[in-house]
Design a protein around this ligand. Structure first.
Ligand code: SF4
Length: 436
């Protein structure tokens, strides 16, 4: 088959996995652009001679998705549609040796900390002066904002420290500078991301400084929303809650993966917490920050999880009424502590338990949304789709949470603006609204 005319200095970047990987792709693309490469992200690959796949190596399903992407582009290379194929990111960090043997069509494999070497392969220089500069892939009015890399936690099921290394905080002054540049570029919302955001500062300053960071970012002009993701429950820094309550531009929103609630399983997961401590923390958060929306993620089918422990989690979710909930089926990951345990819950049962939790949450989400009808919220307008403007309240993070729909035939709104909207309708995961 005749190969298309490929542009030698054009790079197509593909990102898999989480927002931290997306951030890394944005940094990579910023460096490539500064080296005079033409760069595109996640569009239909057309005439880019070079393809870079930023992979995810977190759990089974995500790993498979990354392998499928590599195979797809390896095949495209065989058929002359790609000249250079490069793979980077977590899967490559974790399985480089195996991948080199099994998919030799890839020109080079790099780990999560290899950006300068990757650029060298393309005869490009790593430009230190660009640190923190990125080519945003999100709409310019919001940006993922990585505050640290790696993780020092010993969670038994998690392979992330194997791929991302120890916790390294980015200096507070550097983050403030980056946020000012993003604000100048049109960002109105910063989504703070890390493996463990509540650990911020412990490595660098010998003490937790997330509250200080939030205050400093909250003082940056034009930043309307600061959203906190990936908080860790054990040792949760209370001073963060005071800053959240006092500062109107810090979203009343907290993403805090809790993973489970049974004391026996939390101990086996090495989470450093208990049911009583977790429930107490949630009550304290809701007390100190009235109206806060809580997002969490839970794991079903952890080794040895009994039906009774699963039902304990169901009852707890029913009582706790999280605003947002995500569920993962346990994935038996080699080189993690839990890999030494027997993966005893059958895949079908893992899925059934996950579906039971999500079905319960669907009902809770419907009730919580119905209670918002008639109320007015500040909404950030993200895009126009079909006949609607689509936005989010401060209780909703992009991609994972609820959305607000406004009939574009009746109303005009500007993308990237905050608008005050009254809720006129609700469904499980969306609200419909109109301008006040
Ligand atoms: S805190 Fe998160 S990233 Fe760190 S080990 Fe635990 S689950 Fe993994």
């Amino acid at each position: 088959m005749r190969a298309r005319t490929l542009k030698k200095n054009k790079v197509h970047v593909v990102t898999l996995g989480c927002s931290k990987n997306l951030y890394d792709s944005e940094v990579l693309m910023g460096q490539l652009k500064a080296n005079k490469f033409e760069v595109e992200h996640e569009t239909d690959p057309d005439d880019a001679a070079i393809v870079i796949i930023n992979t995810c190596g977190f759990i089974g399903a995500a790993k498979q998705e990354s392998i499928d992407a590599i195979l797809r582009y390896a095949d495209a290379k065989k058929r002359g549609f790609v000249q250079k194929l490069i793979v980077t990111g977590c899967l490559s960090e974790r399985y480089k040796g195996d991948l080199e043997k099994e998919i030799p069509e890839v020109d080079a494999y790099f780990g999560t900390g290899d950006l300068p070497r990757l650029l060298k392969t393309l005869k490009a220089d790593y430009k230190h002066e660009l640190v923190g500069e990125r080519l945003l892939t999100t709409p310019r009015h919001f940006a993922y904002f990585k505050i640290s890399e790696g993780c020092d936690r010993p969670c038994s099921f998690c392979a992330i420290p194997l791929m991302r290394g120890r916790h390294v905080s980015i200096p507070l002054e550097t983050l403030v500078e980056q946020s000012k540049r993003l604000a100048a570029g049109g960002a109105r919302e910063l989504l703070l991301i890390a493996q463990d955001s509540t650990y911020y500062g412990l490595d660098l300053y010998g003490k937790r400084r997330l509250a200080d960071l939030l205050k400093a970012l909250s003082d940056v002009e034009d930043i309307g929303w600061i959203r906190l993701h990936y908080a860790f429950p054990a040792g949760f820094p209370d001073d963060v809650l005071d800053v959240m309550r006092e500062r109107s531009n810090i979203c009343k929103y907290l993403d805090m993966p809790l993973q489970h609630v049974s004391d026996r399983i939390l101990a086996s997961m090495r989470r450093g917490s208990t049911k009583a401590k977790t429930t107490g923390l949630i009550a304290a958060i809701r007390d100190k920050v009235p109206g806060i929306a809580l997002r969490t993620t839970l794991i079903t089918g952890y080794p040895g999880e009994t039906l009774k422990e699963h039902e304990e989690m169901l009852d707890w979710v029913r009582d706790t009424r999280f605003d947002r909930l995500g569920v993962f089926e346990y994935s038996h990951e080699e080189n993690t502590f839990a890999f030494s345990l027997r993966d005893s819950v059958p895949a079908k049962e893992k899925k059934r338990r996950a579906q039971a939790l999500m079905a319960l949450q669907q009902g809770i989400s419907m009730e919580l949304n119905a209670a918002k009808v008639g109320k007015t919220f500040q909404v950030l307008i993200d895009r126009k789709e079909g006949g609607d403007y689509i936005g989010r309240t401060e209780h909703d993070s992009p991609e994972v949470d609820n959305e607000v729909l406004v009939d574009a035939a009746k109303h005009y709104l500007r993308i990237g603006d905050f608008a005050d909207l009254r809720v006129v309708g609700a469904s499980e995961y969306d609200l419909t609204a109109e301008p006040v």
